[in-house]
Design a protein around this ligand. Sequence first.
Ligand code: HEC
Ligand code: HEC
Ligand code: HEC
Ligand code: HEC
Length: 233
Amino acid sequence: MVTFKRVVQSIAVIVALGSSAFATSNITATKHNLSGTSTGTIKSDAGDNNDEICVYCHTPHAANTAFVGAPLWNKATPSGVFTMYGTTIGGTATDATPNSPSMACLSCHDGVSAINSMVNAPGSGGYVALGANVKFGATAAGSAFVMPAGVTAIGTDLRNDHPVSITYDPSKAGLKATATALTGWAGATTIANLLRNSKVECGSCHDPHEATNGTFLRVANTGSALCIGCHAK
Ligand code: HEC
Ligand code: HEC
Ligand code: HEC
Ligand code: HEC
């Protein structure tokens, strides 16, 4: 409890100082802690070194190098076909498939890929083939655990989601110049910092390690501050 209070206090101090870079990312207390000791509901069973946290997404060795821009990615590339947002009113077309930084999120949020599969399973020497699953909850040992139906299952049809894998073109949709300063955003001081290879991806709006603002958002969306960060509307 004391530790938690201190974390809250230091966050308050950082906010008070008006610092734009959150140095206090704490994935442990978020729904992205899938370790056996997580307080979340979707998590691994204890044992077999499943108490690591980063391993469900990153590995120091044997990473899937198909994920350029999702560093040291520890999951297989989703095998499903994605339906992209398509062409916007401004006439910008999304890419044909999600790029790696978004595909990384979809490797759990597509509702099809196994959340509990890793390239390099936790534990020294526990080197298993692609597709091997660690045990999650009531799932039978070795079988896939996919995102339960609901809002967190983004699915493979991305037509009903804000466009991703789309070029940020400041002449469209009232978008601000990429040099525009951002205040109080996690991991970004300008719009340019939000872009991945000049494009908007899931990580432009979300920081998967940081839940201080709720829903892993880079800035709290009070008064639609997130949307207005990019769109002059
Ligand atoms: C639920 C999945 C997930 C977990 C768990 C996770 N990460 Fe990440 N991480 C990502 C994704 C996705 C990106 C790329 C994000 C982007 O495009 O901004 C990333 C990026 C990073 C980066 C580079 C960009 C940055 O934010 O500095 C570092 C470093 C990193 N992660 C470290 C870690 C460490 C250390 C842990 C464990 C304490 C961890 N991550 C746990 C998904 C995860
Ligand atoms: C290793 C699997 C995994 C990866 C990769 C992953 N997530 Fe998640 N995410 C989860 C799980 C599990 C939950 C909890 C779902 C639930 O409770 O319904 C979750 C929940 C969320 C939530 C809801 C949080 C809340 O407070 O309700 C958001 C937003 C989210 N993820 C965004 C992302 C984004 C963006 C990325 C990529 C940058 C990403 N996730 C990558 C597994 C993952
Ligand atoms: C333009 C900004 C933006 C982008 C890009 C974006 N999201 Fe979100 N996302 C949000 C906001 C804002 C919310 C909170 C919505 C709410 O609370 O009603 C959210 C909520 C979520 C949730 C929680 C479920 C829900 O609907 O509240 C998940 C899961 C999620 N996002 C995953 C993703 C994934 C995966 C991607 C990439 C495919 C992505 N997001 C791209 C802004 C974005
Ligand atoms: C990281 C910057 C960024 C953020 C934050 C952002 N957007 Fe966007 N948005 C874009 C880009 C880029 C486009 C594509 C514009 C184009 O080229 O037509 C876009 C397009 C749109 C469109 C038009 C889609 C079409 O078919 O014409 C809407 C509506 C929209 N965004 C709403 C939102 C809302 C609501 C939020 C907050 C939840 C938000 N945006 C946050 C960058 C962003």
